[in-house]
Design a protein around this ligand. Structure first.
Ligand code: ADP
Length: 799
């Protein structure tokens, strides 16, 4: 039996001799006596000790006994302590009553009997001890119950934890595992011995371990909830994603007693996430390039190792299945098609060909040996994968609108992953997206080509026309509209025979080839709207109809015509004087014929004049060709208009017919002009010659020179001859252009005079034009800046 515990007794008295007396009386009880010299001191003592009984003096300075007792009774912890009052001064009822009302259990008036005091106190001590014993017994009982209960609930929790499909574990405050539930052992295949304190570390995927350990160290230090995602290795060697969570369980002091952890399988969610992320990535890839082969290669690369260890894309190209992308995961590196050089044998039995033929996906849980041979980089690799297990395989078609464009193959090998239905759905989605991208790229390319083709058609100078099998015009480009004068909207959609009169006959003359590029163009005239067009055209027969391309050769044709006219004119022009010269020379040389002097002179004059005419024709041709080649020299000088006009008219006067009167009308004091005097003389001389020439019935030819308001000088040559129709007044200045090329009126010429005149006047910074009424004569004007104006202009240009 244990020793009887000592109890405390509190003795309160302000006088030392009283305290000493009390101690002496109570000493024999063998308890712990605590003295206090005031009410305050007594209260303080009560704060940290329990007492079996309090002996309280009544008369004390400060708090008296009654007041102290009241305070003691107010405190929960001390209110049950019996108080014995020790009053000295009065035995009156009043005091006794006050003593009881303030919580006293007894009174002992001083001087008291030691025996009585001791035995009273002993009763209280005894009582105190018994109460304490009862309390202790009760506590003991309760503790025992709690322990039993705790055991029951622990067992219950353990059973619960074992029954859970989740992995559950517990660890001590330092993170050492103390418990794993049954699921843990089932999943990992670990034995209880192997699991030990750090079994979880063996199960976490090596790639995920550093992050998990770091997070665990953090939470161990901070006491926060632990959370991390990692792959746990299953008993069969495959890995599945788990979400690990551990919550700290704290004791009463607030320190972490232990940790309760769970690991939830989030593999499917994680894989869906990965797949979604991958699809997103692929979506971006597919959107970036319109070159779909590049894109498909990028897709294959992105698939490894995100969703596959091996990925390939095949497409159907002109009826043949062609592998366009291949990516492979190697434990050490990722290798790509170029390095691999693996090819699917063009074998109809192969899964890819089958998928492409049927448009149906294939999901094979396990690779066949033949497939593995294609997946493996070399023998060593092949052996490795074989040992790990063969992996699995998904092949889905790339389908758009029921058309199979190709197939995507995903395979797993060394990662040990197995494809299932979810993966198949994912791969099919990938296939759909890739197929749409291919289709888009193709459509875009076609649209682009069409757009470019249409741009070309819009801008080419050649007319391009499509006439369909029914003879309806389907295309009529702007050049076709320009050349024919028929607007697109009036033509497209209508039968070509209605649009182009005489089409049937015309179509026979335009050669049509079967093959673009082999056609040969034919030049032929077409009558359109009363206009004659010369077109050079050819056609190509296509599926949609016939495409005709043609160009307008009307102008070239006209030029050609003009040239041949010119040759005729010039030869005629040359032949006439030559004939005259030849005739005159023959006559002079005739031995049988005596020429009188007058005739002899006349013939010599003919020879001289006609030679002159020949020379001037040749001169004109020379000047024209020099003008064309830019070789004509300019010798500019200040010329006096009056002198010039007089000179020209005098020279002309020598050979004008009798019915023509030459009149000079020069204003006085004209400013000088800057020009090459010989060339300017030729210009005015030519105008005068023409005026005489084209006045077959004679009349007045007036040569005038006057100043204009602007300070320039204007030369004008007027006649009352044939005149020029309004529509031709511009064209007569063109090279070789003549109003009457066939000389029906018998007036010869080369059509070069006015062309040369215009070019020369241009070089003097002047201009030339004509005012004329057909049948009523013409006035040709040449306006030149004064020499002073020319100089100002030149210096302005120079500065
Ligand atoms: P050519 O006189 O040698 O034919 P030109 O260039 O001098 O060549 O003239 C071109 C054409 O302009 C002439 O063929 C003629 O038809 C017309 N022409 C020129 N001058 C006159 C004129 N004064 N009156 C009427 N027609 C003219």
């Amino acid at each position: 039996m244990s020793a009887r515990p000592v109890v405390n007794l509190l003795l309160v008295d302000d006088r030392d001799e009283n305290l000493v007396a009390l101690r002496a009386i109570l000493e024999p009880l063998g308890e712990n006596l605590v003295s206090a010299r005031s009410g305050e001191e007594a209260l303080r003592a009560l704060l940290d000790q329990d007492f079996a009984c309090i002996l309280l003096d009544v008369q004390m300075p400060g708090l008296d006994g009654f007041e102290t007792a009241e305070l003691i009774k107010q405190r929960e912890l001390s209110k049950a302590i019996p108080i014995i009052f020790l009053p000295a001064i009065s035995k009156e009822e009043r005091h006794v009553f006050r003593g009881y009302s303030s919580g006293a259990v007894d009174y002992l008036f001083k001087p008291f009997d030691p025996e009585v005091l001791r035995s009273k106190v002993a009763v209280f001590i005894d009582l105190h001890r018994k109460t304490a014993e009862v309390k202790r017994q009760g506590e003991l009982l309760r503790e025992r119950d709690v322990a039993a209960e705790r055991k029951v609930s622990e067992d219950r929790y353990r059973q619960l934890a074992d029954a859970m499909p989740q992995i559950v574990w517990a660890a001590d405050g330092d993170g050492r595992a103390t418990y794993y539930n049954r699921r843990w052992y089932e999943y990992t295949g670990q034995t209880v011995e192997a699991a030990g304190e750090a079994g979880w570390k063996l199960a976490v995927h090596p790639d995920d371990l550093p992050a998990a350990v770091a997070r665990r160290d953090e939470t161990l230090a901070s006491g926060e909830v632990f959370e991390a995602e990692y792959r746990f290795r299953a008993a069969d060697g495959t890995y599945r994603w788990h979400l690990g969570r551990a919550v700290p369980i704290r004791g009463t002091g607030g320190t972490v007693d232990f940790w309760i952890g769970t690991a939830t399988d989030i593999h499917d969610r994680k894989r869906t996430q990965q797949a979604q992320r991958f699809l997103l990535e692929v979506g971006e890839l597919l959107g970036t390039s319109l070159h779909y082969i590049d894109t498909l290669e990028a897709v294959a690369r992105a698939a490894v190792p995100a969703v596959a260890d091996w990925a390939a894309v095949h497409i159907v190209d002109e009826g043949e299945v062609r592998q366009v992308a291949l990516a492979h995961f190697d434990p050490l590196k990722i290798v790509f098609a170029e390095e691999l050089q693996i090819r699917y044998p063009p074998n109809d039995q192969s899964a890819v060909a089958e998928v492409i033929r049927t448009g149906k996906s294939q999901c094979v849980g396990e690779l066949t040996d033949a497939m593995l041979r294609q997946v493996a980089v070399d023998e060593l690799h092949y052996d490795l994968i074989r040992e790990l297990g063969l992996g699995s395989f998904v092949c889905v078609p790339l389908t758009v609108h029921d058309r199979v464009l190709g197939a995507i193959t995903l395979a797993t090998a060394e990662s040990g992953r197995r494809y299932d239905e979810t993966d198949l759905l994912f791969a099919e989605e990938l296939g759909r997206r890739a197929a749409t991208a291919i289709e888009n790229a193709r459509l875009y390319q076609e649209a682009d080509e069409r757009a470019q083709a249409s741009l070309v058609l819009q801008s080419v100078a050649d007319g391009v026309v499509l006439v369909d099998k029914e003879g309806i015009v389907r295309l009529w480009n702007p050049a076709a509209a320009r050349i024919t004068g028929l607007a697109v909207e009036d033509v497209v959609g209508r039968p070509i025979v209605e649009v182009v009169p005489g089409w049937d006959e015309l179509a026979l003359r335009i050669p049509v080839a079967d093959d673009p590029g082999t056609g040969r163009a034919e030049t032929t005239p077409v009558e359109l709207d009363g206009r004659e067009l010369w077109i050079s055209g050819s056609g190509v027969e296509l599926e949609e109809g016939i495409v005709y391309a043609f160009r307008d050769l009307t102008e070239e044709r006209a030029l050609e015509q003009m040239r041949s006219d010119f040759v005729a004119t010039v030869s005629h022009e040359l032949r006439t004087p030559l004939a005259a010269i030849y005739g005159a020379a023959l006559t002079i040389r005739r031995p049988d014929f005596e020429l009188d002097e007058e005739l002899h002179d006349h013939l010599l004059q003919v020879i001289a004049e006609e030679s002159d005419r020949l020379a001037s024709i040749v001169e004109d041709l020379l000047i024209a060709s020099h003008l064309d080649s830019g070789k004509l020299r300019l010798a500019l000088a200040d010329c006096d208009p009056a002198d010039l006009v007089t000179g020209v008219v005098e020279a002309a006067g020598l050979h004008v017919p009798g019915n023509v009167q030459l009149v000079v009308d020069v204003a006085p004091e004209l400013p000088r002009v800057r020009a090459d005097p010989n060339q300017l003389r030729q210009v005015i001389g030519n105008l005068v010659d023409n005026a005489v020439k084209y006045s077959p019935d004679g009349g007045e030819v007036r040569v005038a020179a006057a100043a204009t308001n602007g300070g320039s000088v204007r030369f004008s040559v007027s006649d009352s001859g044939l005149g020029i129709p309004a529509g031709e007044q511009r064209r007569i200045f063109e090279k070789f252009y003549r109003l009457d090329p066939n000389m029906t009126r018998g007036i010869g010429g080369t059509g070069l005079g006015l062309y040369i005149s215009r070019e020369l006047v241009r070089r003097f910074d002047g201009r030339i034009w004509v005012d004329s009424q057909e049948g009523e004569g013409s006035t040709f004007h040449v306006e030149l800046p004064s020499a002073a104006q020319s100089r100002r202009k030149r210096s302005a240009v120079a500065s």
